[in-house]
Design a binder for this molecule. Structure first.
Ligand code: KG4
Ligand code: ZN
Length: 348
């Protein structure tokens, strides 16, 4: 409806320059320019390279988003931007651009948390969020379990990774197996031909004192090391590496822990909706196992489509629009880019 707020959202926390345009809870267009190819040969995102790419892509991506959404910049009611967490230099490009737009257009600005945006984006896909909802965010930079009473101002952290993020583990194991960066989709594909019970890899923080102390926390670095050792031992013995089996068994260890803890959190906090977001939510086995376990537990599973799971501007615009709809105060024009913005701080 034309009287709903038209919000332009800018995301530059990592290697994706994202500009999304949302009206109310309807996504009009989501424009993305990724610098992932420029990082591939380094095996990880190079911050300086990402910042430069954002600077080059920002204006063309804003123009493309407006054109495809069929709106003029002068129609925009509010600007939303990722204020953190993320790479400092990359965030600065987005925040500075958003401030320039807000000043030029005379609109309010909302500096929002990247993680809360990952949760909010499901609104444009599956409608209003149940309050509270449980959210599990799994990507290259974060792995967290969040209790979300209200995505516009009350997000509580139940647990997070103590070492590698889930996506980081996928990327590192892919490297060990000689698969390209980013490794998640390659492992996902290879695993389809493999046996997920071929190798019994460790499941961090799932039993005994570890589980007591880290009930909703994750640890993936032990798993990554176990895979590297297993492969190294075969290499030394001159044996071929069964890539599909290793990929499938590793992937099973990750998604088993993720889904187990997410459902334990739902049960203990009596929440019956689980939302999964972040790049790893694109994983086919994670989606399948989460669905299976949610069905068994009577929990409704919500996972946005893969393009909305990875970093994008639509998620930022969605959260911004929710803030406008709920009457939240805009951010100060002096808002900072905060590379270590805590997950509990929804707005800068
Ligand atoms: O959310 P995202 O685009 O960026 C970050 O904020 O990190 O997530 C990227 C991560 C990478 O680690 C990538 O390997 C992983 O998500 N990923 C996957 C899959 N697709 C992307 N991991 C497992 N299975 C997939 N199908
Ligand atoms: Zn992300």
């Amino acid at each position: 409806m034309a009287d709903e707020p038209l919000v332009l959202g800018i995301e530059t926390s990592c290697d994706e320059t994202g500009v999304g345009i949302v009206r109310g809870d309807t996504l009009l267009f989501d424009a993305i320019a990724s610098s992932v190819d420029q990082h591939a040969r380094f095996g990880g995102v190079v911050p300086e390279v990402a910042s430069r790419a954002h600077l080059e892509e920002m204006v063309p991506t804003i123009e493309r988003a407006c054109r495809e959404a069929g709106v003029a910049l002068s129609d925009v009611d509010a600007i939303a931007v990722t204020a953190g967490p993320g790479l400092a230099g990359a965030l600065l490009v987005g925040v500075a651009s958003a401030k320039a737009l807000a000043v030029a257009l005379g609109t309010p600005i909302y500096g929002v948390n990247h993680l809360a945006s990952h949760v909010a984006v499901d609104i444009v896909e599956h409608g209003p969020l149940p309050e509270p909802a449980m959210a599990m965010l799994v990507s290259g930079g974060h792995s967290s379990l969040l209790l979300v009473p209200d995505v516009t101002h009350d997000v509580r952290s139940l647990g997070a990774t103590m070492d590698d993020a889930a996506g980081e583990a996928f990327d590192k194991v892919a490297r060990v197996l000689g698969l390209p960066f980013p490794g998640g989709p390659h492992i996902d594909r290879a695993a389809r031909e493999g046996n997920r019970i071929a190798i019994d890899f460790p499941r961090g923080f799932t039993s005994g004192r570890d589980l007591e102390r880290h009930r909703f926390d994750f640890s993936f670095s032990g798993l990554k090391t176990a895979v590297a050792r297993w492969v190294e031992t075969r290499h030394r013995a001159g044996e071929a590496i069964p890539v599909a089996d290793v990929a499938a068994s590793f992937q099973e260890a990750v998604v088993d822990v993720l889904t187990r803890k997410a459902l334990l959190a739902c049960k203990e906090h009596e929440v019956d909706h689980l939302l999964i977001g972040g790049g790893v939510a694109a994983n086919s086995r994670l989606r399948a196992l989460a669905q299976e376990r949610c069905d068994k537990a009577g929990v409704v599973l919500r996972v946005p489509r893969p393009e909305l799971c990875t970093d994008n501007g639509a998620m930022v615009a969605t959260l911004g629009a929710q803030m406008v709809l709920k009457g939240r105060e805009p951010s100060d024009l002096g808002l900072p880019a905060d590379s270590s913005m805590p997950v509990t701080l929804v707005q800068a």
